[in-house]
Design a protein around this ligand. Sequence first.
Ligand SMILES: [Zn+2]
Length: 197
Amino acid sequence: MLKKEFKRKDVERMRNLVKGKSDESAEIQVGYTSKKEDHKEGDVWEEDGKKWTIKDGIKQTATKLDEVKKEAILPLFCPKCKSLMKHRNDAKMYKIHKTCFDCVVKMEHKLKIEGKYKEYEKNIIADNAKDYLDHLEQYLLEAINTSNTQYVSEKGEVERWKGGVNKDEFLEKMKTNFTDFRKQVDEYKNKNTNDKT
Ligand SMILES: [Zn+2]
């Protein structure tokens, strides 16, 4: 079973990697100052006539979140084994694997027997990291391209952009950073796994 803690830890590591670098460049290129407000993960609030929320540490419009939710609607029955999906774990697993929890357990057990589990695990971590990068990039682009002058950090702290932003310079720097991040994820994904589960 792919443990939640394990996934979290590895995604967190990726995040720190991203955060460390993006903070560094943001500081130099943009120079935002930290100002704490109490928006945190899951909060929904109005601002500039729009509804905003924080999901996975990324500030986004609440409408966008609704779209994400729609994608993750749980069917009544597992497409694979046709059993009723009624447990909390089913919803979680369906989001990732498009099957029920039991099917995931069976599938992962099979992979372990076949010695393919580590490879599979690595792919999931890499996909998570890529997903996170996509979200982060989308958020940054949105932030830089709107008049919105706030930045919500992973901890949910609202940081305001200070003074004028050199947009072109920032976008250029961002592009370089993200190319680099994606390359790092690919390297991680293509790294040889010693698969002796
Ligand atoms: Zn199933």
